[in-house]
Design a protein around this ligand. Structure first.
Ligand code: SF4
Length: 352
């Protein structure tokens, strides 16, 4: 789906550039075989099929949750690494592709399965954007209701540590000759890489920003999200200040609730204090995520503690949502993506 590459291959083959653009437009709709692109001459379709695979990776398998609201694919990248990628439906008819930007992750957040893998490689822009293409193909083939309206960079890896490829993939997803999505329907999540937040502020101002906060105290956050030692809460707060000085847009603060660790009243009070200093409170929205089980030493907060935490924030004027744990049964929920070490899913799944 790299349009420059497709057009240059077409040029080398003596084909006009408009045919390359025509092809890209058709493929982005979720077509899986060049034979379906009947506007191209038969000979060209055959040659494309022989020489240019549609996807830049090979899907190995897809697991689906029993209610059909979450699908997770394991895919093999060209040079051997494998990743997981997710398609989920937070509301009937609306689908979000949750894409990985790295195979594994170096940041080792204490609750996250991907962190257990360590870092394997940065994905190319094509490998990132092709996850959306793969899910469009799957959505079409499986005749799922509705359409894929959003893309969230919340799969494996830290997007801000692969910013150039992420930015290029955003350009393709939003290009009118490719996917034609609005920047506002894309979200990038970071564990708090300050230079990355600054680049997003300058270069991708309309893409939604989510910051994985998880604690509003440096000592605790340093244990849960070790990158906090490089970019402590004060530096994060200043980066958000720079963001708000340029963008009057909402920022999402992700907060995973871990029993007895960061889910007590004191932690909610710390969070309220931090939010009040970090920016206009109407532009900061907290997403509470009850921890999804991984092979790490944590426990999920119980329902009542989660409710009390939420109520504390609401009573102080903070906007807050408890996120649905979509895909937990197929280990496709937040923090559960992993290949190899740390895999905990052994249940039988609906495999397609
Ligand atoms: S939570 Fe995100 S940044 Fe942290 S280890 Fe997992 S993938 Fe990496």
């Amino acid at each position: 789906m790299n349009p420059d590459r497709v057009i240059s291959i077409f040029r080398d083959w003596g084909e006009p550039a408009y045919r390359g653009r025509q092809l890209i437009g058709e493929i982005c709709k979720g077509i899986e075989s060049y034979q379906e692109v009947t506007t191209l001459p038969q000979g060209l379709r055959d040659r494309l099929g022989r020489e240019m695979p549609v996807l830049s990776f090979s899907p190995d398998r897809v697991l689906s949750s029993a209610d059909g609201s979450c699908h997770k694919a394991l895919v093999s990248l060209n040079k051997g690494a494998r990743i997981e990628t997710v398609l989920m439906s937070p509301k009937p008819g609306l689908w979000s592709a949750c894409v990985s930007s790295q195979a594994g992750c170096a940041l080792a957040c204490s609750f996250c399965a991907t962190g257990l893998m360590g870092f394997r490689k940065n994905l190319t822009a094509e490998e990132i954007a092709d996850q959306v293409l793969f899910w469009r193909q799957y959505h079409r083939r499986s005749k799922l209701a509705g359409k894929i309206t959003n893309v969230v960079y919340m799969g494996m890896g830290e997007p801000m540590l692969n910013f150039d490829a992420v930015k290029e993939s955003v350009a393709w997803l939003t290009s009118p000759i490719l996917y034609g999505m609005a920047q506002r329907s894309l979200s990038i999540s970071t564990a708090g890489i300050v230079p990355g937040i600054d680049r997003l502020t300058r270069e991708l101002g309309q893409v939604n920003l989510a910051v994985s906060l998880h604690a509003a105290d440096d000592e605790l956050r340093g244990r849960l999200v070790p990158i906090n030692r490089a970019y402590p809460l004060d530096a994060l707060k200043k980066a958000l200040g720079r963001y708000f000085s340029k963008n009057n847009r909402k920022v999402f603060l992700e907060y995973v609730l871990l029993a007895q660790e960061n889910d007590q009243t004191k932690h909610a009070q710390d969070l309220v204090r931090w939010i009040r200093r970090a920016g206009p409170i109407h532009l900061l929205h907290v997403n509470l995520i009850v921890w999804n089980p991984t092979a790490t030493a944590h426990q999920a907060t119980d329902r009542e503690s989660a409710r009390l935490f939420k109520e504390h924030l609401i009573s102080r004027g903070i906007q807050v949502t408890i996120r649905k744990n979509l895909g937990q049964e197929i280990a496709g929920a937040c923090g559960q993506l992993v290949v190899g070490r740390g895999t905990i899913s052994k249940k039988p799944f609906n495999e397609r």
